[in-house]
Design a protein. Structure first.
Length: 56
């Protein structure tokens, strides 16, 4: 806790807050990226299945 207080005194509140938010958002951005990749793969699989059904 003392280190946080020292950082705020030396760097200023806006910088410390920005770093904190970036660290928190990084995890959420990684999860969002994984979700988008999974959705993309699902859409591709659905399109492939649809094309195969049309050929039959």
């Amino acid at each position: 806790m003392e280190q946080v207080t020292t950082l705020i005194e030396n760097l200023g509140f806006p910088i410390v807050l920005s770093v904190y938010l970036l660290i928190r958002f990084e995890k959420k951005i990684d999860l969002l990226n994984e979700s988008i990749t999974a959705l993309n793969n699902t859409i591709i699989e659905a399109l492939i299945d649809k094309k195969e059904d049309e050929r039959k």
